[in-house]
Design a protein around this ligand. Sequence first.
Ligand code: FAD
Length: 528
Amino acid sequence: MENFDIIVIGGGSAGSAVAGRLSADQRRRVCLIEAGGHNDVMAVKTPGLLPFIPASSKYDFDTVPQPGLKGRVGYQPRGRGLGGSSAINAMLYIRGNGWDYDQWEQLGADGWSFADCLPYFKRAEGNERGADALHGADGPLHVMDQHWPNGASRAFVEAAAALQLPRNADFNGPSQDGFGLYQVTQKGGERWSAARAYVEPARQRPNLAVKTGAVVERIIVEGGRATGVEISQGGQRLRVQAAGGVVLSAGAFNSPQILMLSGIGPSEHLADKGIATVHNLPAVGADLQDHIDYVVSYRTRSNIPFGTSLGGSWRMARAFIQHRWNRTGMLTTPFAEAGGFWRTRPDLPAPDVQYHFIPAMLEDHGRSQVKGHGYSSHVCVLRPESRGSVQLNDANPLSPPRIDPGFLSDRRDVDVLMAGARMMQRICTAPPLSDLGGEPLRCVDLADDAALEAEIRNRADTVYHPVGTCRMGGDADAVVNPQLALNGVAGLWVADASIMPRLVSGNTNAPSIMIGERAADFVAAALK
Ligand SMILES: Cc1cc2nc3c(=O)[nH]c(=O)nc-3n(C[C@H](O)[C@H](O)[C@H](O)COP(=O)(O)OP(=O)(O)OC[C@H]3O[C@@H](n4cnc5c(N)ncnc54)[C@H](O)[C@@H]3O)c2cc1C
């Protein structure tokens, strides 16, 4: 048995920030427990080697069959190992829309308006463009422009401009609307995961213990208070104790799973799985929200986009050597190089669809190879109405959770996706992008509502932003209160994407890190 002041479960985007910030006070003994490894490998560090990230750095979860997707099973990858999903993500630096956070506050998350969250975004951010009213330059999370974008990505932005859509050089600036190149969480041409930002610089601290390859099986609750965790590591089952409590940062799928394995969750479901209820909390695992996404690929005559050909392979080989040599060039690509935010109706308070443009053909999450050169564009619904859940398959901590995103179960999401897809087709076939000679891999008559809906239901899936399964709120039914403390169990906080009461209008890494930054302050205040 080991003793600490605080245990952080999960070294992902939020957990890295929590552990890094809390261990800055040398008087506090912090233990970070991570199921995966160090992720200190070339494929994780090199942005353009994203398709080659080893299986050991990932959870390859599946959803249950989705009626809204014609019964298909969705794919849900998550990061495993230090950095969590920030070690396998596309590195896009996006905060969402300020309006999202104001909504959170209106829903009962007191102190989470955009004005309240902005100082934490800035505290985290180390933007190479420098500091201003909306940006930080000195934070540990390095953010930079793309210096070697593909010509097709620039053509996508120009094609949007040719349709009179606004340009946007900073999606985290005063306005989110418009099209441009994304900023990325990289430094010196390498991926800058949350672990590189917060955990690596803290590794020498004598008061921080980092346990990798250690799976938390349950949180120990004694007398209504979280006092430690039970872990399995190297074939052994061990207990780790913490006088100040436990911060749960295992992500939107594993955080509710760990709570339920610990007897905290909907009591009927727990009984069904043979788990004794410690605290009945029906909202655990409810309210799953995710960005449903539809991708269209075009094969080009031009070999400017990435692809498989003799010339393409030669360019890739040179790019590999260049990146090994000085960390520059094509292998700094985040793949989703360009994109934009657009309102499908002008009366909306904020953009409701986001585009991710990739200068390569993408099929089935990149799991199937398409021959030739080409590009693809994603469109996703930013504020879906559909809701799902995370439950237990069984009481085994090593079993995957039962994930049901309820994709397209609400008709309104289909309508938004259809409007977004129609605009996407206009951009993808406008000059100068059309000068690359792109032909869609599948021919669908987008003017035909029924055909487009069928195509979307046949092919849409996640763009990897699950949230909401440990909802924060001011009501007693919420899983955590606005200080991220669990309702009904003392000394237990949840800090990761799962606490978002509503999915933000954008990618979720920077918001998860912001949540980790805030959690560190809440926990530090409670430990005083
Ligand atoms: C393929 C992909 C691409 C993405 N692209 C982008 C992007 O470009 N930009 C962006 O902003 N967002 C992106 N995202 C989303 C973003 O990365 C996530 O929303 C964010 O990282 C979530 O952070 P988190 O702290 O909630 O969880 P995670 O970062 O997933 O961390 C959870 C951690 O907990 C650990 N853990 C789980 N169970 C246990 C256990 N039982 N015991 C111990 N440890 C455990 C996991 O191993 C993991 O390290 C992407 C995600 C994916 C999967």
